[in-house]
Design a binder for this molecule. Structure first.
Ligand SMILES: Cc1cc2nc3c(=O)[nH]c(=O)nc-3n(C[C@H](O)[C@H](O)[C@H](O)COP(=O)(O)OP(=O)(O)OC[C@H]3O[C@@H](n4cnc5c(N)ncnc54)[C@H](O)[C@@H]3O)c2cc1C
Length: 381
């Protein structure tokens, strides 16, 4: 039997995340948007509440919860501030390849500290010349005895300047294309690492996005995840765990935009009645409710699949694609409902509109999600 009800534990997690989101994060969202400061105190509070990296395995000191529970948290953060939510989920994105490709010993070593104190991490795959086309990366890791020497430049790295360690994708054998890539955990204080300036982005402005340069950065061979040549698979498999969470965060943002639009529509009067009583506005609000509900169900299905040990590459791409496009549409309509006030920084929906756009870009653009869905469908999956 299919059960759409959350368990007691899941409802408890949802309540904790919602209280934190609405009481601590949302009141500061405009401030962090304006100042573009990294929300370190909120990250600390999120960690203390046990809301960070909830899927880290129990043998590494983590809670061992599923992607589903992670999605519940991401939706609540999305409804509060996606800048903070992205900072939190960047940690999950960095940990995912370690969970997927690391040994139990590596889990303990690299993920264990995340349970002892606030420990931040970043996922370093994209480069100035390679985003969607991951095989075009130029970073290399050359084996020298018991060590690897890493050289290259990464771009658009979330949590770049605050991370304690990086997951880094590099070529160990460039001739072999994606089968020649390897994944490493690189401590951020390793000599040879230079972190670039904070990028000033359209939205989610408190999230820390940086370039990172690796010049003769040496790590011992036990920082390699899995075996040489497995890096691409590990980096992509990680998305099966994290794309549902991005879909969930986009759903939360849309939920927030709808709530603002609905409240405003009941207050604002034109032609002698609240605009909520004009059918054109009602239809916009109704479409929002429909699409938010649909996105949540797609997110939950893909999260449930991976937690049940099923292949979810297609459903994760569908959930991320639908929720991202939906969030942009809903935020756009929310601005429309607010009219001129929607275009102004004194009102909350312009931030949501700016914040929503990145969902169609990071963790694979909406075009790349469509390619994945087509590929999986052609393969009969
Ligand atoms: C705020 C922010 C945070 C980010 N955080 C991280 C991070 O933490 N770690 C990380 O590794 N990366 C991160 N990224 C990078 C992000 O994942 C890439 O920007 C994204 O994958 C797109 O790559 P690109 O920018 O190089 O665009 P390109 O790959 O150059 O694409 C440009 C356009 O062409 C389209 N396109 C490309 N190829 C195809 C195709 N085959 N068919 C159809 N259309 C295509 C794309 O969809 C896009 O519209 C972040 C980016 C941003 C902006």
């Amino acid at each position: 039997m299919v059960d759409f009800l959350l368990s007691d534990i899941q409802r408890e997690i949802q309540k904790t995340a919602r209280d934190f989101g609405q009481n601590k994060v949302a009141p500061k969202a405009a401030h962090f948007d304006e100042t573009m400061q990294y929300p370190i105190e909120l990250m600390q509070q999120a960690w203390e509440l046990g809301l960070l990296n909830v899927s880290n395995p129990e043998h590494a000191g983590g809670l061992g919860l599923g992607t589903f529970e992670g999605c519940i948290i991401s939706e609540e953060m999305g409804a509060a501030c996606t800048g903070v939510g992205t900072a939190m989920d960047a940690n999950v994105l960095a940990a995912a390849p370690v969970i997927v490709g690391g040994t139990k010993e590596q889990h303990k070593r690299f993920l264990g500290p995340m349970s002892e104190e606030l420990t931040l991490a970043a996922y370093c795959v994209t480069e100035p010349g390679a985003g969607s086309d991951v095989t075009n990366i130029r970073t290399t890791a050359v084996r020298k005895g018991d060590e690897y020497v890493i050289n290259g430049s990464k771009m658009w790295i979330t949590n770049g300047s605050v991370a304690n360690w990086y997951f880094v994708l590099a070529y160990t054998d460039p001739e072999k294309q994606h089968a020649g890539m390897s994944g490493f955990v690189v401590p951020a204080d390793t000599p040879g690492i230079t972190v670039g300036k904070k990028e000033v982005n359209l939205g989610q402005r408190c999230s820390d996005t940086r370039s990172i340069q690796f010049d003769d950065v040496v790590v011992s061979k036990d920082h390699l995840l899995g075996e040489e040549g497995q890096g691409w698979f590990i980096a992509m498999k990680a998305f099966d765990k994290t794309r549902p969470k991005i879909g969930a965060m986009a759903t939360g943002l849309a939920r927030c935009a709808h709530a603002h639009a609905q409240a405003y529509a009941q207050e604002r009067k034109t032609f002698g009645k609240p605009i909520a009583r004009h059918q054109a506005i009602q239809f916009m609000l109704a479409d929002m409710v429909r699409d938010i509900e649909a996105a949540r169900l797609l997110v939950w299905k893909s999260a449930w699949e991976i937690d049940a040990g099923k292949r979810n590459t297609k459903s994760a791409a569908i959930a991320k694609l639908f929720a991202a496009d939906m969030a942009v549409r809903v935020a756009n309509d929310a601005v429309q409902v607010f009219g001129g006030y929607g275009f102004n920084t004194e009102y909350p929906v312009e931030k949501l509109y700016r914040d929503s756009k990145i969902f169609q870009i990071y963790e694979g653009t909406s075009q790349i999600q469509r390619l994945i869905i087509a590929r999986e469908s052609f393969a009969g999956r």
